[in-house]
Design a protein around this ligand. Structure first.
Ligand code: SF4
Ligand code: SF4
Ligand code: FES
Length: 536
């Protein structure tokens, strides 16, 4: 492998990489080795158009662009010489000649590479006396993106994204020279399932999403690492939070999961966190069919009494468990332990499915189906059939995916049961037939782990705190076990301790613990597809 030296740092790099790729591979780009860049993006083809990444290579008379210079063994590169600094300042000056002084009203301000690099590498004043180029400020590119032509620096990242990632080719550079401008092809809109990624990769404020425009200044946002729960892919996120409210999802780079992209559907799924239809109250069903809000402890003992009545009267065979792909591994491990302690053998995973694509989106619309299966929750269709045919009397139901047309298609069959205990984050008709119903937290509100479709276990942590009484499914189920008088169950439920117990009890999770999971996650010991085993 070639060895290169860059600013006195020695690197062994893969054959065929460029200087910029080699520095990025080593995790040093803008993180010890400063090579500012606009047109280069780690997941797109090389353009070499902005000229900002120039570096000095020993033995080469001219400065070279780091993004398109292949490494050679023995290469010595310098990124901080006077020639390099002067070239960068020249590029910045040219880029700023026509750039509008929009920063006070620009959504990108605070996370703009033009601001950052102008401050770090640019010149202080402008020598230009000409009027700045006036172009269109508010171009409607499609349903999700608005374009400001004046702010564009023509790095062509957005064009290459549409060509190379979704392959939809909506954008192009039209005209030539200083008349060049980004446009959609005539009669076309920028409208694909990944369209909003162009706003993330636009290094300036030229492309903004309709969803986030003018919502909040970015410096008010706290950035919490998270995982999208829209499907089984488990894309990594930056969750933007202010005042205990999620304002946006942005992709967080994970080369093993989502590169640097997320789909639009997943991006907008943050709205579900603070949605008006969140389930906010513990409720019980009265004998006359009426519903009322109840204290948590009362609902727990009522649920425990109903389950105990069924267990003592008819045995555990008449009760079933429905696991949810929206619960964490720790929640589901607690559910598994509860079912095992009650000798309830019929349990399965029920999840809604939708269309998948070839890029990221998976058919399973839940983040933790693979985790549920690794914990022994098999295909829930058997359980659904038993409910439909009236072969059971009681059900403990996590989530309301079971009501989907693909499964029960409504509440009628559940309504015939003697006892339904439901744990859910959002309102649905499930509450109408639940004898006790508990509001639970979504993954962005709790500590835990999720296992994506290919068996990567990833950590979630609370980005926001619900303003109402909501617990993790695991906490409610542990308290239910305690109310049933089961040994080893208590109201105190700590996901870190549960994760440790899970890692010891289930071989697939051996060595995987919430407290020590790396930011990019870790693979299950037994990947999905191999036979899962019951936990206890
Ligand atoms: S709109 Fe943004 S991403 Fe597209 S070419 Fe202009 S600056 Fe680059
Ligand atoms: S592909 Fe799936 S996990 Fe990724 S952002 Fe979209 S919905 Fe979320
Ligand atoms: S990043 Fe190298 S020329 Fe633009």
């Amino acid at each position: 492998m070639p060895r290169i030296t860059i600013d006195d740092v020695e690197l062994e790099v893969e054959e065929g990489r460029t200087v910029l790729q080699a520095v990025d591979d080593a995790g040093l780009l803008m993180n010890g080795v400063e090579i500012p860049h606009y047109c280069w993006h780690p997941k797109l083809s090389i353009d070499g158009s902005c000229r900002l990444c120039q570096v000095e290579v020993e033995g080469m008379p001219k400065l070279q662009i780091a993004c398109n210079t292949p490494v050679q063994d023995g290469m010595r590169i310098r990124t901080t010489t006077d020639r390099v600094k002067s070239a960068r300042a020249g590029v910045m000056e040219l880029l700023l000649v026509n750039h509008p002084l929009d920063c006070p009203i620009c959504d990108q301000a605070g996370e703009c590479k033009l601001q950052d690099y102008a401050f770090e590498y640019g010149v202080e004043g402008s020598r230009s006396r000409e009027p700045r180029r006036a172009l269109k400020k508010n171009v409607d590119l499609g349903p999700t993106i608005v374009f400001d032509q004046e702010r564009c620096i023509l790095c062509r990242r957005c064009v290459r994204f549409c060509d190379e990632i979704p392959g939809t080719h909506e954008l192009a550079v039209m005209n030539r020279g200083d008349a060049s401008v980004i446009e959609t092809f005539p009669g076309q809109q920028l409208d694909n399932p990944y369209s909003m990624n162009v706003a993330d990769i636009c290094p300036v404020g030229a492309l903004t999403t309709r969803d986030f425009r003018f919502k909040i200044r970015v410096w008010f946002l706290e950035d919490v690492p998270g995982v999208c729960t829209g499907c089984a892919n488990g894309c990594n996120l930056h969750i933007g939070v202010a005042n205990n409210k999620v304002h946006r999802y942005l992709p967080r780079r994970n080369d093993d999961v989502n590169d640097t992209w997320i789909c639009d559907e997943g991006r907008l799924s943050y709205r579900r966190i603070g949605a008006a239809d969140r389930l906010r109250e513990v409720q019980v069903l009265e004998e006359d069919g009426g519903r009322r809000v109840a204290p948590y402890a009362e609902a727990l003992s009522s649920a425990a009494a109903r389950l105990r009545g069924l267990l003592d009267g008819k045995g555990p065979g008449v009760i079933v468990g429905i696991a949810s792909a929206h619960a964490t591994n720790e929640d589901l491990f607690t559910f598994r332990r509860l079912l095992d302690a009650l000798h309830i053998e019929t349990a399965g995973l029920v999840v809604v499915r939708g269309a998948a694509d070839e890029l990221l989106l998976k058919a399973e619309r839940g983040a933790n189906g693979a985790g549920a299966r690794a914990l022994g929750f098999g295909d829930g269709r058997v359980v659904v059939d038993r409910i439909r045919t009236g072969a059971v009397d009681g059900a403990i139901v996590l989530g309301h995916d079971i009501l989907d047309a693909e499964h029960l298609g409504g509440i009628e069959a559940l309504g015939r049961l003697d006892t339904v205990i439901a744990l859910d984050s959002h309102q649905s008709s499930l509450q109408r037939v639940s004898h006790a119903s508990f509001p639970v937290r979504v993954p962005a509100e709790k500590h835990g782990t999720l296992t994506n479709w290919e068996g990567r276990v990833q950590r979630v942590e609370p980005a926001v705190e619900p303003r109402w009484e909501a617990r993790s499914e695991g906490e409610v189920l542990a308290a239910l076990g305690a109310a049933l008088g089961l040994e080893g169950f208590s109201e105190a439920w700590d996901p870190r301790e549960v994760s440790r117990a899970l890692s010891e009890a289930v071989p697939a999770f051996a060595g995987i613990e919430l407290a020590s999971l790396p930011p990019g996650g870790a693979p299950l010991r037994t990947p999905p597809g191999r036979k899962g085993r019951r936990a206890t």
